[in-house]
Design a protein around this ligand. Sequence first.
Ligand code: KIV
Length: 255
Amino acid sequence: MKTVQNIVSLKGERKIICLTSYTYLFAKIVDETGLVDIILVGDSMNEVLFGERTTTTIPLDVMIWCARSVRKAVKNAFLVFDMPFGTFHTEKVALDSVVKVVKECDPDAVKIEGGKNMAEIIKKIVNMGIPVMGHVGLLPQKVRITGYKKQGKTEQSAKEIFEDAKAVEESGAFSVVLESVEENLAKKITESLKIPTIGIASGEFCDGKIAVLEDIIGLTQPPPKHIKPYDNIAQRIYEAVVKFAKDGTTEQSQK
Ligand code: KIV
C-alpha cells in the first residue's frame, strides 16, 4: 500500500505519474502497469463519461459508486477521490462528505479545489486523518466565473495563485495540482513548495504530471488542445463494432 510519505518522497527524485480512472476495468489496466503513482477518480468523469457540460452537476453518490469499483481494481497506486462541487463549501458539509466518501469507497486521500479559501477546511480534513491533495490555478468547478483559460498571466493573478499554493501546503495538504498555470509560475511554485506539484497544462517544471486517461488513449474526441494522444481507441472501438456487425457468425465458438 502506497502512503502519503511515499508520494512526497518522490519530489526531486523523479516525475510523479498520475492518471484518472473512473471505472474498474480501466483502473485495473492502469494499475497493472505498475508505473502510475496516483490514480484520481476525478469529477471530470461528468464530462468524459456522462457528456455533461461541466464537472459541477455530478452527484456525490455517482462518484462514490465509480470509486468503489476503482478501489477494487487498484493494488499498486495511491488512490485519490476528487470531492465534487457542492460537497465541501462549509466545514460541516465538507467533513460530512469526506466521512461518507471514506466509509463508502475507502480512497487513500481526497482532492479539494481551492486555495486560501479552503485552508481551514483542508486543515480539518487532515486533522481527521484523511490526506488532502490541493488543486489551484484553473478550477473547473469555478469555470462559470473564470472560463477555461490559462491562469497566472497577470501579476495580480500570479500572486494569488502563488499564495493559494502556499496556503494549501501550510494547511497540511500532501501535494497540489496546478491546472492551466502559466509555466514560469508553475516552476516558481514547484521550487518554493516542499510538497510535490502535479501539473496539467502547466508546462514542464512540475514535480508530477496528471492527465485524463480517455484523453491520452484517444477515446475523447476531439482530444483537448493540451493533449497528445498515444493511441486512437475511439477508432479501434469503431472498427471492432463494424467487424462484429459484419461477421456472418452468430456466436464465437467456445472450442
Ligand atoms: O477531475 C479531474 O480529472 C481533475 C484532474 C484533471 C486534475 O481534477
